[in-house]
Design a protein around this ligand. Structure first.
Ligand SMILES: [Zn+2]
Length: 162
């Protein structure tokens, strides 16, 4: 998928979960397809868990100027690593702490993703993000988080993020 390019957001946000007090990290970024803004994502890195697990909130659709949220859709994806394999699971969008994320467009459940024919596109873009974003890929590989291009920041207040 060489027509996809990625731009990382400027910070790594430290989040303290309001239900368990566990620390998490959040990063965000943009994906372009053939030069057009195509996706926006937030990734929650569950850094205190034994196995790397990412909660990816992903909106796909036109994101350039003069586009409307109704032209886009978003979903919540749980991503875990297995040896030589990424595991994706589309969750209920209400589990996202961004819900209802109106700017992201229409929230889709796993059934709605399948019915809309977007499964392949979501998998391609998700895989591209977790392999290309240096913070996410380093975390999923079990290394220290690669913070290149980003600075640390604390979240405003606590958030439920399990
Ligand atoms: Zn929690």
């Amino acid at each position: 998928m060489s027509d996809l390019t990625l731009e990382t957001g400027e910070d790594i946000v430290r989040v303290m979960c309001e239900c368990c007090g566990n620390e998490k990290k959040r990063v965000w970024g943009f994906v372009s397809k053939s030069g057009d803004a195509h996706a926006v994502y937030y990734a929650l890195l569950n850094v205190t868990e034994e196995r790397p697990r990412v909660g990816l909130t992903l909106s796909i659709g036109p994101w350039w100027e003069d586009t409307e949220p109704s032209q886009r859709s978003w979903c919540q994806i749980d991503i875990q690593t297995e040896p030589d394999n990424f595991q994706f699971e589309i969750k209920d969008p209400k589990e996202s702490n961004f819900y209802p994320w109106e700017k992201g467009g229409n929230p889709l459940s796993a059934e709605q993703v399948a019915a809309s024919g977007m499964t392949d596109e979501i998998q391609i873009v998700s895989k591209f993000i977790v392999q290309t974003d240096p913070a996410i890929s380093s975390y999923l590989d079990g290394h220290a988080i690669n913070s290149v291009g980003r600075g640390p920041r604390d979240a405003d207040g606590q958030q439920h993020s399990c």
